[in-house]
Write a protein that binds this ligand. Sequence first.
Ligand SMILES: Nc1ncnc2c1ncn2[C@@H]1O[C@H](COP(=O)(O)OP(=O)(O)OP(=O)(O)O)[C@@H](O)[C@H]1O
Ligand SMILES: [Mg+2]
Length: 255
Amino acid sequence: MSLRRFSKAQLERCSAWFDLVETPDEWTDIGPIGEGESQSVRVKYGDTVGVAKPGPPKASDLVCRAAHEKIAFDLAHRLDLPVPPVILWGKDMGHHYIRGRSISGWAFLQAGKWDDAARLGLLTSELITSASPVVSAMRVFHTWISDTDRKSDHTQVDLDSAEVLGVAFIDHAFSMSFQWKQPGAPIGACPAYMPAPEDRGTMVHTADLISQISDAEIERIVNRIPAGYLPPVERQHVLDNLKGRRGNLGALLGL
Ligand SMILES: Nc1ncnc2c1ncn2[C@@H]1O[C@H](COP(=O)(O)OP(=O)(O)OP(=O)(O)O)[C@@H](O)[C@H]1O
Ligand SMILES: [Mg+2]
């Protein structure tokens, strides 16, 4: 069973954005999200709402945020894992946005942070347990891409969930080349940070699926990112480490 409990429209957007690199659309800024280091803004095109980041220009920031967001989504899509769709946004690229911007499609019609839903008492122990497989799979995925910014605050839930909790993982800005400065970068496992019991079977299965992604597929996903978003040095670190870690996740996670 798929771990992506996205709407049909969201799954279609995932497929459409996986096929694209940069958005051809004229998005409208509809105001700040009001939190977060990147001061992200809500953007809209037709009926589609997304979160663009960074919000205001970050002229001196060389972190390849947008490239990381896009590659993380593309890899997750390939693995049928719940990262909302991401597309690159070239508007004002260069002087204002030196490493460009990304847009993340709004996770669920009724999306809320895991922590807020928990505070409101919406997460029963049954719903939390129902999230075990997805939380476990994503720990393996985040270990692969060496994401250092995981916290339950970056986990969105579907507030309309019935028996099985819809969960989506956002914000992959501080992964990959933010952490990887050489081939074989010595970065360990992503900690078990989510309050859901771990499902070893799903972890083993996810590590297995990741190990089967070919060099050619990794190269296709990484090399289609334009150089402005991901310069040659960072690109090489991303390629080397995605390939190098892919078969090593079981060992890193003690599976
Ligand atoms: N796809 C999405 N669906 C729903 N809400 C989202 C989505 N993307 C972002 N948000 C909301 O916007 C907030 C800020 O997003 P995000 O965490 O990606 O940015 P940030 O922390 O400012 O970025 P960075 O860590 O790169 O500086 C999130 O906490 C969340 O509430
Ligand atoms: Mg964040």
